[in-house]
Design a protein around this ligand. Structure first.
Ligand code: ADP
Ligand code: MG
Length: 799
């Protein structure tokens, strides 16, 4: 896009300033008038009357840009969508692949910002979100070509680029084209970036942007956008989900679908066919096809990155006589760009790709699209096939390779108005370079490893497919498939082994229990079940598995789940994320999209665990509320000194029983003695009274001749003597209280009330008797060892 001529602002002299600003003012007035005129025309647009772009009320800059790039006659979607978009309506645009949806949203963006006289200072005015980097780049290039006369700055913000470089320029961008992950990264981390002024939001390949893989990222992005904006959604397989529209605050968008009544949903000049073959025949058929189409541009879709890598590496070594390229998500961004440009430029070339290349990419003049593996669903088929026969009168051919059980997808394709014919392969013309492949693999260890990964990942991809009606990993002849890849020994596929083992185990067990093959029925049931689109892969797996627990009610050990964690998956493998994977999302997003998978447990492992935990089978274990084992569980435990705790306890309890009556008798005797003493004291007092007559407090009898009782009994003797069993208990409670108070004291640094009373010498009922306190202290200071030793010595004394 044309850079603003900044020189005119830098010129210093008054004359020059005058020279610069005078025409600008004039220009500005002209522009204002033109804008007003254009805006007045918007309401008068009738899409059927539009023959060329000139019939739209578009700015001269846009019209010139279109003309320069040979865009004269608008396509159907452009005719219908541009008018509504100029009127400021929200749009839900659905049109066939290659029908020109890109211009249907780029033209309104340019016009909207032009009419608002948008400048760099106004920030981001339009935001276009694309699910892949390549598509974002393609949109950016189209915008640069068509809008080269406008003064807006355009930014392409995609993953794999220099983040710092992007960060510094974010505040100057007017039209931003981005992938969801990178955009959110800037929103989260870049203080310079703000979308508060956003006028138009566009989602290209909207259904993909809004699907599960981007859900969290898109929700976070939408939260950062102002709600009062225009929103345009475009795709060949448009979402009509109310939930999706509500997420974007679209309540009444205008639905523009020019091809809704068309006979086919795929491009008119796209010839589509399919073949049925066995898995091991695929590589030979592909090789033969390439050898037969050396002068053509061919795009081959495969299910996984590893398959693409292996086929590319292998075929490069086999030298078919045509340029080969490979494009997949785990490649470095620079390589991705190089490969994309190379495939666009060349005309005799074969590109092996994953579904990364299936959405939106406008590779020019592609003759053939081969779908080597069955697509995940009908929409994926439409997008893959749509990489050919693009644009006005674009022609192309599509070939779909299916395994016999995958033929069920054909009915689904036809139901969605996709014309596809079955063709047969002439076996005599298929040249499978089997021997060469085997030799190559034996010579190149790395190639062999790639083959092994391709093998495992393909099986995984089939296993993880949602549509169980079409995809069945059990029906794949793994040995034959491995051999076709040049692997004489099929690699170990842990998950498959476990799955099959589990399957047979469960069958056996259920047969033993009730004599019927219940599992067969359960499998059949699970197979015929409609697969839940929203269900996770793990749930799918569980559906597929029979329900073993139900068939063995007395067995409490759960039949383990499949161990996904043991999958030999490299970090780069996009397959585990399947179609929902967001290759552009920042790494920190990964935990949001990844689901935690519970680790599996085999029966042997469960038994080991039980043995390790010393859990006795058929024993009753009682637990307290705090999940602790109750005391009687410790009856068999022995102390470090060999003291049998439970037995010792029993003996002590018996001793207690015997001692209790003795103690009671002693207490009673003490009580009697006390009472007796009191009585004699009273008698003596009465006798004294009688001797000395009535007493007044002021002048009592002179008792100085009597000996000092303190000296005779000790200062605290009377207190201690007065202790009875009950008093003792009270005192202990008081002691506890004192302990608590002393703790408080530590915290608040104030003496306790009790201490204050004591220090003042005021007697208080139930005060802590020091003797008891000492006993308490002693017992609390005893270690377990000392306590045990005492217990042992006590027991030894007993007969
Ligand atoms: P879609 O997004 O619908 O798949 P694109 O926007 O990528 O389609 O356009 C497909 C091809 O059609 C591109 O090569 C584009 O240059 C071309 N095209 C788009 N609009 C026009 C037009 N009005 N006239 C001629 N060619 C067009
Ligand atoms: Mg497109």
């Amino acid at each position: 896009m044309k850079e603003r001529n900044d020189k005119r602002y830098k010129k210093g002299s008054k004359n020059k300033k005058f020279q610069v600003y005078k025409p600008r003012k004039k220009k500005s007035a002209e522009e204002d008038a033109a804008i007003q005129y254009l805006q007045a025309q918007y309401v008068k647009i009738v899409s059927d009357d539009v023959k060329t772009f000139k019939d739209f009320p578009l700015s001269q800059k846009t019209l010139k840009g279109l003309k320069e790039n040979n865009y004269i006659v608008p396509t159907e979607i452009q005719k219908q969508a541009i008018g509504y978009a100029l009127q400021g309506k929200d749009i839900l645009g659905a049109a066939k692949t290659g029908s020109g949806k890109t211009l249907a949203f780029l033209i309104p963006i340019l016009e909207n910002l032009f009419c608002k006289k948008w400048t760099r200072l106004d920030g981001v005015g339009a935001l276009v979100i694309s699910p892949t980097r390549e598509l974002a780049y393609q949109i950016y290039e189209t915008l640069r070509k068509v809008g080269f006369l406008h003064d807006f700055s355009v930014g392409l913000i995609i993953g794999g680029q220099n983040l710092k470089f992007e960060r510094k320029r974010m505040d100057q961008i007017n039209i931003l084209i981005s992938t969801p992950g990178r955009l959110l990264q800037h929103m989260d981390e870049n203080p310079l970036f703000s979308c508060h002024n956003l006028q138009i939001l566009v989602l290209d390949e909207a259904d993909r942007c809004l699907d599960m893989g981007f859900e969290a990222t898109m929700n976070a992005i939408i939260e950062n956008l102002p709600p009062e904006r225009q929103t345009l959604l475009f795709s060949a397989t448009q979402t009509k989900s109310v939930k999706d529209l509500a997420r974007l605050s679209l309540s009444f968008p205008t639905y523009v679908a020019p091809h809704e009544q068309a006979e086919t949903v795929t491009p008119e000049f796209l010839q589509q066919s399919y073949i049925i073959c066995e898995i091991h025949e695929k590589i030979g058929i592909l090789w033969s096809f390439i050898k037969n189409h050396l002068k053509q541009k061919v795009l081959v879709f495969m299910a996984t990155c590893k398959q693409v890598k292996y086929t590319y590496d292998l075929f490069c070594k086999l030298r078919p006589g045509v340029s080969l390229l490979a494009l997949y998500g785990t490649l470095h961004q620079e390589k991705r760009e190089k490969i994309y440009n190379e495939f666009c430029r060349k005309s005799n070339v074969v590109l092996f790709a994953t579904d990364l290349a299936s959405r939106g990419l406008d590779f020019p003049r592609v003759n053939w699209v081969i779908q080597m593996d069955c697509p995940e669903d009908v929409d994926t088929y439409i997008h893959r096939a749509g990489r050919t026969a693009r644009g006005v009168f674009g022609k192309g051919e599509g070939l779909l390779m299916l395994l016999p059980n995958e033929e069920k997808i054909i009915e689904k394709l036809r139901n969605k108005k996709i014309p596809i014919n079955k063709i047969a392969v002439d076996p005599s013309k298929v040249i499978a370079p089997q021997k060469k492949i085997e030799v190559l693999l034996s010579d190149h260890m790395d190639l062999k490893q790639t083959a092994q990964r391709a093998f495992v990942n393909y099986l995984k991809s089939v296993f993880l497919m949602k549509d169980k009606e079409i995809f069945d990993v059990k029906l794949i002849d793994t040995d034959a498939y491995a051999r076709s890849l040049g692997l004489l020994v099929p690699p170990t596929v842990k998950f498959l082994q476990k799955y099959q083992k589990k399957d047979t185990n469960v069958k056996k067990e259920s047969a033993e229990i009730d004599g019927h093959n219940v599992i067969e029925k359960l499998i059949e049931k699970s197979e015929t079940e409609e697969s839940d689109q929203s269900a996770s892969k793990e749930e799918d797996y569980e559906k597929l598995l029979p329900e073993p627990i139900k068939t063995e009610p007395q067995n409490n050990i759960e039949i383990p789940k499949l161990d996904y964690q043991n999958f030999e998956v490299s970090d780069n493998d996009e397959l585990l994320h399947t179609k929902e994977a967001n290759v552009d999302a920042p790494l920190k997003d990964e935990p949001q999209t990844k689901k935690k998978i519970s680790k599996s447990l085999t029966k042997a492992a469960a038994v080991k665990m039980i043995l390790k935990k010393k859990i006795k089978v058929n024993s009753t274990v009682k637990f307290t509320e705090l999940d602790e084992v109750m005391e009687d569980e410790q009856k068999d435990f022995k102390s470090d000194f060999g003291l049998h705790i439970a037995k010792t306890k029993d003996i002590l309890q018996k001793e207690d029983k015997r001692d209790k009556p003795c103690f009671k008798e002693k207490a009673k005797a003490m009580q009697k003695e006390k009472k007796r003493k009191l009585k004699t004291k009273k008698k003596r007092d009465v006798g004294d009274k009688d001797d000395f007559g009535s007493l007044s407090e002021s002048d009592g009898p002179d008792l100085s001749w009597l000996p000092d009782p303190d000296k005779v009994y000790g200062s605290k003797g009377s207190d201690n003597e007065s202790l009875s069993g009950d008093n003792n208990r009270d005192s202990m409670q008081s002691d506890d209280q004192q302990c608590e108070e002393s703790e408080d004291e530590q915290v608040y640094h104030r003496p306790s009330k009790r201490k204050l009373i004591e220090s003042r010498g005021i007697p208080q009922e139930g005060l802590v008797p020091c003797k008891v306190k000492k006993i308490e202290d002693l017992s609390s200071k005893l270690s377990v060892h000392e306590a045990e030793m005492i217990a042992i010595s006590l027991l030894k004394k007993k007969p």
